[in-house]
Design a protein around this ligand. Structure first.
Ligand code: GLN
Length: 277
């Protein structure tokens, strides 16, 4: 049993004791004790019981050992909405909000939207929430991810059709107005896979176990058969992949091929429009 935090310590004293990043510590403390951030400030003299000290110690220790905060508290905010997350899905990243914004700017009325490799459902649910008139389909090869995506749709009061599918297999005969995806795009052996939160995330959501472009290639090759003429394909990719992804699109007769930068100034999303036949 970890003894990071001693029984009897007050909330005030605990916050003066930086055991890890102060923001993380505050979030985990509130979570372990089931209290709000306000209570943390208004009850400085509250002392931890033996049981509470053990619970706080265990949770902080897991963070010190590297587990992502989002998994420890079971949720993460994305596009202003709360999402349930767990080790079965990638943790939604702020840079992925760019993909949502670009999709929303291009949605016709009552759009049919396809999100490929939805994971937690963050992209699909954010789009469905912003545009209740859209018909959003989310697919994933992982049944565990689909269960979480469906739960996130329900939690946010939106309707998303969740399909178990190995890329296009479950939507063979369907067409969409727009296709979006944040696929696994990290190359096998990339050092980032063994750093930070990524160590705890599902490898299948992060890497294609190849050159990083194989999922993007599959999507680029398959999307024209599933897009209306002029329909957009928008994909998130790695910091150094925009040129390669533009080349994939240009090689398949997409028009208006371009990339967009995230808030960190990195070319993060690339897309193009399906040709007119
Ligand atoms: N953006 C994630 C990261 O590099 C990876 C997400 C993905 O592979 N789609 O941390």
């Amino acid at each position: 049993m970890s003894t990071l935090v001693s029984p009897g310590i007050t909330l005030a004293a605990l916050q003066r004791t930086p055991l890890l990043d102060p923001v993380d510590q505050r979030i985990l403390l509130c979570h372990a004790l089931g209290i709000t951030r306000t209570a943390l400030i208004t009850q400085p003299d509250r002392a931890l019981t033996d049981e509470e000290a053990a619970r706080v110690s265990a949770l902080l220790q897991r963070r010190i050992d590297g587990e992502p905060v989002a998994y420890l508290v079971g949720k993460r905010e994305f596009y202003g909405l709360d999402f349930t997350v767990g080790p079965g899905v990638l943790i939604p990243r702020p840079e992925t909000e760019l993909l949502v914004e670009l999709a929303l700017e291009r949605l016709p009325p009552r759009a049919r939207v396809l999100d490929m490799g939805t994971g937690s459902g963050a992209i699909a649910v954010a789009i469905a929430h912003a545009r209740p008139d859209a018909q959003v389909t989310a697919l994933d090869v992982s049944p565990a991810a689909l269960a979480i995506a469906a739960r996130n749709a329900a939690l946010n009061g939106v309707s998303v059709r969740c399909l178990h599918s190995d890329w296009f297999t479950a939507v063979t005969d369907e067409t969409f107005d727009i296709i979006v995806s944040n696929p696994p795009y990290i190359a096998a052996g990339d050092r980032h896979l063994s750093e930070g939160d990524l160590r705890f995330e599902p490898p299948g959501a992060l890497t294609d176990h190849a050159d990083g472009l194989s999922a993007l290639r599959t999507i680029v090759a398959g999307a024209p058969a599933h897009l209306v003429p002029g329909g957009w394909l928008l994909m998130e990719h790695g910091y150094d992949q925009s040129v390669a992804v533009q080349a994939l699109l240009a090689g398949q007769c997409y028009a208006d091929v371009q990339s967009w930068h995230d808030l960190a100034g990195i070319a993060r999303v690339t897309g193009g429009r399906a040709g007119h036949g």
